[in-house]
Design a protein around this ligand. Structure first.
Ligand code: HEC
Length: 407
């Protein structure tokens, strides 16, 4: 049994307060079990281990959990890794469906320097650099794709969990601190971070963010169940609760008229936010099992979304509420996730397919085309677009970032 004293008090308290009960008999016996039982439910549901990973995947997860200082004694990490790899292997995943098509693209991948970073969001900056949030390394990184040079910027507050990522007109880099309840602004010239704390203690997990045409920053908080608005000139933050309880406001984008749209990952709804009053109107997607996770807005202001658990790409016409859906090429378990609209098409990731794919969907012909991501891709949680119109990716479980060069 792991001595209780190795669990920092705050963590142990958090574990008691938030972690669901795990019963020892639910986990297979073997060396490492005691430590897993004692530690791995401390910050999140212990049953997360049931997702299952390849041995390499578990190795990366262990590096991530080391980065967040999961209190595993130093000489036990190896044993824990073996226990998990043996008892929780990768679950069956659909084979990537590779479809030929008219577009030509080349995918480039760069590893990020800190092991176990869990690169969450990519950002294609105005100067041609590609940024990423290291959610579990507590860093922001900047890659020069011409030279391959990477510079990482440490975030001051421990376990900030840098998550969403956007750039303002002055070249400052804004991120959501998903683990520490603030929005941060990094000045890349000085490396300094200004923090904008959430005005409500119940809103602890700012998630995704986007600037509108007036320089106002809009954001979501999943567990906080709100949409937020931060005016950088006054520093004022306003929060609007989602009308649906536990709706998990997730991806957010602004249309050509400055109207924010939010996908609600906890329900089958898409929200439209009035930019003046912050009043929220919800559109209901026809299938009750839909859980839209990310969205992209087309030049005609149509809302395209990835329906993660059902494996569909969807299109909502906000003028009529009409919805059309297409099954993603790798099927119902393909877990479509990060998505952008660029070069006249939707580009998104199938994060459940093995290997992960980049999917192109042409809204005119309604044809799919796909590419396997070199290195497996493994969970592209968000995407962005360069000034040349090329998608960029953060490949979280393989600790890399990528660029899709469309010819
Ligand atoms: C100090 C807090 C903490 C502890 C203790 C902890 N984790 Fe985590 N874990 C996190 C955070 C933060 C994340 C990423 C954010 C999220 O998705 O919740 C995460 C994510 C994960 C993921 C998903 C990784 C991915 O990218 O797919 C797995 C699996 C996981 N943890 C397993 C474990 C295991 C196994 C242990 C015990 C050895 C453990 N965790 C202990 C904080 C913790």
């Amino acid at each position: 049994m792991l001595p209780k004293s190795t669990l920092p008090l705050a963590l142990a308290t958090a574990a008691l307060a938030t972690a669901p009960m795990a019963h020892s008999q639910d986990f297979p016996d073997g060396p490492g079990k005691e430590t897993v039982m004692a530690v791995c439910g401390g910050c999140h549901d212990i049953n997360r281990v049931r997702t299952g990973y390849t041995p390499e995947g578990w190795h990366t997860v262990m590096l991530m959990m080391r980065n967040v200082q999961a209190p595993v004694p130093d000489d036990q990490w190896q044993m824990v890794e073996q226990y998990l790899a043996q008892n929780f292997p990768e679950r069956p995943r659909p084979a990537a469906s590779i479809i030929e098509g008219p577009a030509e693209a080349e995918i480039k991948i760069w590893p990020v320097p800190t092991p176990g970073s869990r690169p969450h969001d990519p950002l294609a900056a105005a100067d041609g650099s590609i940024w990423y949030t290291g959610q579990l390394s507590n860093k922001l990184g900047r890659l020069d794709p011409k030279t391959g040079e990477v510079r990482e910027f440490a975030v001051r507050t421990p376990r900030s969990g840098p998550h969403g990522l956007v750039e303002d007109r002055r070249g400052h880099i804004w991120f959501t601190a998903n683990g520490a309840g603030y929005i941060g602004r990094l000045d890349p010239k000085t490396g300094e971070v200004a923090e904008y704390p959430m005005p409500d203690a119940n809103v602890r997990d700012p998630h995704s963010l986007v600037f509108d045409q007036n320089g106002v920053l809009w954001f979501t908080a999943q567990q906080g169940n709100v949409v937020g608005r931060l005016d950088p000139t006054t520093r004022e933050i306003k929060l609007a609760p989602s009308p649906t309880p536990r709706s998990r406001p997730y991806g957010i984008q602004v249309n050509s008229k400055g109207v924010p749209f939010v996908v609600e990952f906890g329900t089958n709804k898409i929200a439209r936010v009035d930019p003046m009053t912050m009043q929220i109107r919800e559109y209901v997607l026809p299938d009750p099992a839909s859980r839209p996770r990310r969205l992209a807005i087309g030049p005609d202001d149509a809302i395209w979304y990835t329906d993660y658990p059902r494996g569909y790409l969807g299109r909502l016409d906000p003028a009529t509420g009409a919805v059309k859906e297409w099954l993603s090429p790798s099927g119902t378990k393909s877990e479509p996730y990060g998505i952008v609209f660029t070069k006249g098409a939707l580009w998104y990731n199938e994060s459940g397919a093995k290997p992960n794919t980049i999917v192109r969907f042409d809204p005119q012909t309604e044809q799919f085309q796909t590419w396997a991501i070199p290195g497996g891709g493994d969970i592209v949680r968000n995407m962005d677009v360069t000034r040349e119109g090329n998608p960029v990716t953060a490949n979280s479980l393989v600790n890399a970032i990528g660029l899709v060069e469309v010819k």
